[in-house]
Design a protein. Structure first.
Length: 132
């Protein structure tokens, strides 16, 4: 079987977070530039499972929880470098703040709304269910 790295992310944000599930837009873009410099192309999870277009330098990007910051930061950066990704939505929190990401400045972080999710899907992103 061909080895294809799957890079799993949660939040992309500029502000410090005590969690280990975030990356800054600058660090995320540096990772993308590195992959572009090595001639990587993104494929979908569906392509990987169906063994479609899996040869050569391929990478898979996934985003859990469908945070609004993915739409704000990751989507434009991935588009800039001609990458696509898969996003996994918690349907109960679409367009709402969650109950588990609390920090000193604000309560819960927001998640993508349906319009943002539809935009991602229309641009070739895979949309899956994280939890219902």
């Amino acid at each position: 079987m061909t080895f294809i790295p799957i890079l799993a992310y949660h939040k992309i944000q500029k502000t410090f977070d005590f969690s280990v599930t975030y990356i800054t837009p600058g660090k995320f873009e540096a990772q993308l530039k590195y992959l572009v410099g090595l001639d990587y192309e993104s494929i979908s999870l569906h392509d990987y499972i169906s063994k479609k277009n899996i040869y050569g330098k391929k990478v898979i990007f996934t985003f859990d929880d469908a945070y609004a910051s993915v739409f704000e930061y990751a989507f434009p950066l991935l588009t800039k470098y001609n990458f696509k990704a898969s996003i996994f939505v918690i349907t109960q929190f679409v367009g709402k703040p969650n109950r588990w990401d609390y920090n000193f400045l604000k309560k819960g972080l927001g998640h993508c709304n349906w319009q943002q999710i539809n935009t991602l899907a229309s641009k070739g992103w895979e949309v899956g269910s994280h939890t219902v």
